[in-house]
Design a protein around this ligand. Structure first.
Ligand code: SF4
Ligand code: SF4
Length: 153
């Protein structure tokens, strides 16, 4: 079995934070949490690796905000993790804070599909024109996968 190290589904549709928390109460509450996180991030304005780690460690990993990790922010219309290795020359500042090897069931199944089926699923998602928060919650619950599979056996 191949090991997933990234999935295009995590960046699709403005990004996904479906696995950046637990028991999300509602789309509205998740959006509020990310907005507050973003305000804190912009105020802290970390530049160095040490400052990013200080931002990360301002709260414990399981001290979530409306079920959302306090590091999930929204910048330029996309939700993202400012600790991701892509932003730190390959250094993964998420290490020790969350499970960096975790991928949802949808991403794992997607990785085993043909390119044609993957493209069809991504088209199916983008055609829905979901906001990033609705997309994230639907991904978390596996609902998009179930709906797609119902119509594309
Ligand atoms: S819930 Fe799935 S698609 Fe969304 S970020 Fe996590 S692994 Fe990626
Ligand atoms: S540290 Fe980043 S990747 Fe990990 S749960 Fe929080 S926002 Fe998501």
């Amino acid at each position: 079995m191949s090991i997933i190290i990234s999935s295009p589904l995590c960046q699709l549709n403005g990004g996904c934070l479906g696995c950046c928390g637990h028991s999300f109460p509602s789309v509205k509450k998740v959006q509020q949490a990310v907005e507050q996180n973003t305000q804190e991030f912009l105020t802290a304005a970390p530049q160095t690796k040490k400052e990013f780690l200080q931002f990360r460690d301002r709260r414990r990993p399981m001290d979530l905000r409306h079920g959302v990790c306090r590091n999930a922010v929204s910048l330029h219309g996309c939700v993202l993790c400012p600790l991701h290795p892509a932003r730190h020359d390959g250094d993964d500042l998420r290490q020790g804070h969350c499970d960096v090897n975790y991928f949802c069931a949808t991403a794992k199944k997607f990785a085993r599909w043909t390119k044609e089926r993957q493209d069809a699923f991504m088209r199916f998602i983008t055609d829905k024109k979901l906001d990033v928060f609705t997309y994230s919650l639907l991904m978390d619950k596996g609902k998009l996968l179930r709906e797609f599979e119902k119509n594309n056996l």
